[in-house]
Write a protein that binds this ligand. Structure first.
Ligand code: SF4
Length: 330
C-alpha cells in the first residue's frame, strides 16, 4: 500500500530530531523502493533494511552531545599515549604494556604540533599516559609543551622517582599539572597481585614524594568488582595519605589488552575520549591498542581527527536510537 507507507514515512521523519533515525514499516519491495526514492529526493538517509521495516535517518546533524557534562564531550579531553613500554607488566593492562613492549613513542615533535592545534580544535584538557611516561628521557619537555598549552594530567605508576627521573619530576611545573598515580588497594595485597610484588610500597612512596614536591596528586585505583565497604575503607586510607576526595578515581578493570576479566567495553558502550598514539587516533584510552577502536591513522590536522570521532559517535547514537524505537522493551 504505497499511500500508507508514504504517510508513515512523513509522520516518522517529521517526529525525528535532525540526524536521528527511526523505523518505518514496509509491507512489500515496492514500499522499500518508494522509501528509497522519497529519501533521495528529500535528502534523508535510508540506513538499514529489515524484513518488515526500514530505518530512516532525518537529514541534519544531531546533537549527540546534549546531556553530556561539558568535561566529557568528545574532543574536550585529549589523551596522548606518550609510549607503550612500561617498567611493569600488570596482568590487566588495557594496552598490553610491559618492559618487552615496543616503545612506539608519540614523540616531542608531534606532541608540540598537537599542542599548537589543540586549543583551536576545542580541546580543553590533556592527559598524558602510556606505558610509563617517565621511561622517556624527554618527558620533562613533553610535559612542558602540554602545560604551556592546556591544563595537563600526567599518569604514572609512581615507581621511578629516583636519580635522573626524580630530577625530571622536580623540573616539572606545579601550576596547570596534576600527577595521577595508580594505587589499587589500601594494603599491598590486591595491588601487588595484579602489578607485582613490592609495587604497592613503591607506588605509595611515589605519591609521598610527589606530594612533598608540591604537586597536585590524584590517585586512580583499578578494581575487580564493586565493593562499597572496601571502597569506604580505601577512601579513608587515601584521606590519611593526603589525597582529597575529588582527586580519587576508583574504576573497574576493563576487559581489554592483557585483561582476561572485567567490564566489556566497545565503541558502542564508551563515550569517546579522543586518544592519540604513535599508531593513530583511537576512540578511548582504555582500548588504545585494538584495531576495532582505531578511528584513523591520520593524526593531523587534529580538528579533522576529532571530527571523525564525533561523526562516528553520531552514527552510533543514531543506530541506538533506531534500535530503541524498534525494540522498545529492550
Ligand atoms: S597498567 Fe599501567 S603500570 Fe601496569 S603495565 Fe599497564 S601501563 Fe604499566
Amino acid at each position: 500500500m504505497s499511500t500508507a507507507v508514504l504517510l508513515d514515512l512523513v509522520e516518522v521523519v517529521g517526529r525525528l530530531p535532525p540526524g536521528l533515525a527511526g523505523p518505518v514499516t514496509v509491507r512489500s519491495p515496492e514500499d522499500v523502493r518508494l522509501v528509497e526514492t522519497w529519501c533521495a529526493r528529500h535528502g534523508h538517509d535510508l540506513v538499514e533494511r529489515r524484513p518488515d521495516a526500514v530505518i530512516v535517518r532525518r537529514k541534519g546533524l544531531a546533537d549527540p552531545l546534549a546531556g553530556l557534562p561539558a568535561g566529557h564531550r568528545p574532543g574536550w579531553r585529549l589523551w596522548l599515549y606518550t609510549n607503550y613500554d612500561c617498567n611493569l607488566a600488570c596482568d590487566y593492562c588495557c594496552v598490553r604494556s610491559s618492559p618487552q613492549t615496543a616503545r612506539r613513542a608519540l614523540g616531542l615533535d608531534r606532541i608540540r604540533r598537537l599542542m599548537d592545534e589543540a586549543p583551536a580544535a576545542g580541546v580543553g584538557e590533556v592527559f598524558l599516559t602510556g606505558g610509563e611516561p617517565f621511561l622517556l628521557p624527554d618527558i620533562a619537555d613533553i610535559v612542558g609543551a602540554c602545560v604551556a598549552a592546556l591544563p595537563t594530567t600526567l599518569l604514572t605508576n609512581g615507581m621511578l622517582f629516583r636519580g635522573r627521573r626524580l630530577d625530571a619530576l622536580r623540573s616539572l611545573p606545579r601550576e596547570g599539572l596534576a600527577l595521577q598515580i595508580s594505587i589499587d588497594s589500601p594494603t599491598p595485597g590486591e595491588h601487588d597481585r595484579h602489578r607485582g610484588a613490592g609495587t604497592w610500597r613503591r607506588a605509595v612512596e611515589g605519591v609521598r614524594v610527589a606530594l612533598a614536591e608540591g604537586f597536585r596528586v590524584r590517585v586512580a585505583a583499578t578494581v575487580g568488582a564493586r565493593d562499597p565497604a572496601g571502597e569506604e575503607a580505601f577512601h579513608a586510607w587515601l584521606g590519611e595519605l593526603g589525597i582529597p576526595r575529588h582527586d580519587r578515581v576508583i574504576r573497574r578493570i576493563a576487559r581489554r589488552g592483557a585483561a582476561e576479566e572485567g567490564v566489556a567495553v566497545t565503541e558502542e558502550t564508551l563515550i569517546p575520549e579522543v586518544t592519540v598514539s604513535a599508531d593513530g587516533v583511537y576512540w578511548h584510552p582504555v582500548a588504545a591498542d585494538d584495531e576495532d577502536t582505531l578511528v584513523t591513522r591520520e593524526v593531523f590536522p587534529l580538528a579533522r581527527a576529532i571530527e571523525q570521532v564525533r561523526k562516528r559517535f553520531v552514527e552510533h547514537r543514531s543506530r541506538q536510537d533506531a534500535a530503541a524505537s524498534v525494540f522498545p522493551c529492550a
